[in-house]
Structures are given as structure tokens and as C-alpha cells.
Design a protein around this ligand. Structure first.
Ligand SMILES: [Zn+2]
Ligand SMILES: [Zn+2]
Length: 267
């Protein structure tokens, strides 16, 4: 078996994906319940007991909701940055002040690569309003997978990390006009639109037009807002920006969904 990517859930109600090589299987974020994660994996023929580790991008609940239970049930290592772990633990402190425990904690630093099995993992800093948010690239068997969701904009450092990816999972959170006229309170709109908020369809399209190297076989649009976006708008903006670089083998645009997993992408 080669490298594969499966987005199990994506959106403001939970984010979880699976990156696998022939020997190593990583869960990226744990934003849906343990039960739902297992259910979605099994529906795709994947055994949750075969997971090697869980990696966490940041402590927002749509990325860690199922973490404590998954870590307890599976007893596998959890890779998380020190600041993100502290923020997560503080948020879950119980009434006696007891912090939740993770049995096999592996702290990483953004900017420092590490290896899990035969997968090279590179966490990198992204601009988002969390303690120490990161994106990831994964390399195994000559394939590179890039993840960048939950970011207010795409700084040069992030662009560098996302070069020569075979699959890119990118945030396409909102349509600016839908957000502007939509139901969110102004303070929330400001947060989403800020430099530490979420990436709009237009901002992602701008990246595709001006900075993206066009290398990926698949481009997965992720973390779409249910209130402030429409799949057709996100797809339309990305496809227009990719233009003639979209072919049968390159830059195929897929939309990750909240309620259904994407079919596994084999690379
Ligand atoms: Zn999120
Ligand atoms: Zn977030």
C-alpha cells in the first residue's frame, strides 16, 4: 500500500484526517467524538486499533473534542506542542483543579521536524488565535502531504513549507461577502476576517494564482463555514485561480465535508 490521505471530517464542528504510509497511520487532529471517528474509519475499512499516533494542530475544540477519549481508548502517543497541551489541559481542568492526563505525551516544537515510523513530520507556525497553532507537512515514500487550515493569512514561511506537495489540504473558510452580510455578531466577523482568523475563498484563490507551484495531484478545500460559505463558491474560486493547471492528473479540486468522510486519496 502507498501513502494515502483521508479527511474524516472538516468544518467548524470538527476536524480529523488520516495520513497513512505502508507502516504508519497518523490521525491529524481529533475534532469529532471518539465514537464518530471509529465509525467513520470502520466505514472506510480502516481499523482504529492500527493507528500509530495522534497529532494536534491547536487547542480549539473543533480540533481536540475527541482527544482525551481517543488517547485513553487507543493508548497511542499524542504529539502536541507544549503551549497547545497546556492550553488544552487548562480548558479541561475539572472542578477539583485536576488537569486531564495523556498517558503517552510527545511534545514537539513548531519548526522542528520529527519522525513517526516511516513518516517525516514538519510542524510549522500558522497565524491563528490559539496558543501555538501549527500546520503540518508529512513525507513518506517520496510523497509529500501539506496541511494548512485555521490561518488568518498565508505568510511567506507557510508558502515555503507548502512547496512541492503531492496533496494540499487548504482552508477555504468563508466567502467574504456572505460573512459580511451574514448572521454573526460584528465581533465574531472581525475575528474571522482578522490576520489570526480564518482564510477566505479569495485569500486562498490569491495563493493559488500568485504563489502556488501547481505540483499537487489533489487540492482539498477544507474547514468550509456552513454559515458563511457555499461549496460552489469555494470550488468556483479555487478552480478559477488554478485555471489551466487543472488537468486529469494535477490540481483536482475536492471539497472536504463535515458530515461525510472524503474517499481516501491514494498517492
Ligand atoms: Zn478549526
Ligand atoms: Zn481554530
Amino acid at each position: 500500500m502507498a501513502v494515502s490521505l483521508t479527511v474524516l471530517a472538516s468544518g467548524s464542528r470538527g476536524n480529523t484526517a488520516l495520513v497513512s504510509s505502508s507502516t504508519t497511520r497518523l490521525l491529524v487532529d481529533a475534532g469529532i467524538s471518539c465514537r464518530e471517528t471509529f465509525k467513520r474509519m470502520r466505514a472506510l475499512g480502516d481499523d482504529p486499533r492500527a493507528l500509530s499516533a495522534i497529532l494536534i494542530t491547536h487547542e480549539h475544540s473543533d480540533h481536540v473534542y475527541g482527544l482525551a477519549m481517543l488517547a485513553r481508548k487507543l493508548s497511542i502517543p499524542v504529539y502536541i506542542s507544549g503551549a497547545t497541551h497546556q492550553a488544552w489541559a487548562r480548558a479541561l481542568r475539572d472542578e477539583n483543579g485536576e488537569l486531564p492526563q495523556i498517558e503517552r505525551l510527545e511534545l514537539f516544537c513548531a519548526g522542528r521536524k520529527f519522525q513517526i515510523g516511516d513518516i517525516d513530520v514538519a510542524p510549522f507556525t500558522i497565524p491563528h488565535d490559539a496558543a501555538d497553532p501549527v500546520g503540518f507537512t508529512f513525507r513518506a515514500e517520496g510523497v509529500k502531504v501539506g496541511f494548512a487550515t485555521d490561518l488568518g493569512y498565508i505568510p511567506a514561511s507557510v508558502r515555503d513549507h507548502l512547496r512541492s506537495c503531492d496533496v494540499l489540504v487548504m482552508e477555504s473558510n468563508h466567502d467574504v461577502e456572505m460573512l459580511r452580510v451574514g448572521p454573526y455578531p460584528w465581533s465574531v466577523k472581525q475575528r474571522v476576517m482578522s490576520r489570526v482568523g480564518h482564510l477566505s475563498n479569495d485569500a486562498l484563490a490569491d495563493f493559488f494564482s500568485n504563489d502556488y507551484d501547481g505540483c499537487a495531484a489533489y487540492v482539498v478545500l477544507a474547514h468550509l463555514s456552513e454559515q458563511n460559505n457555499h461549496p460552489d463558491l469555494a470550488r468556483g474560486a479555487a478552480e478559477k485561480a488554478l485555471g489551466p493547471r487543472r488537468t486529469l492528473l494535477r490540481n483536482r479540486v475536492l471539497l472536504a465535508e463535515q458530515m461525510e468522510p472524503l474517499q481516501p486519496l491514494q498517492l
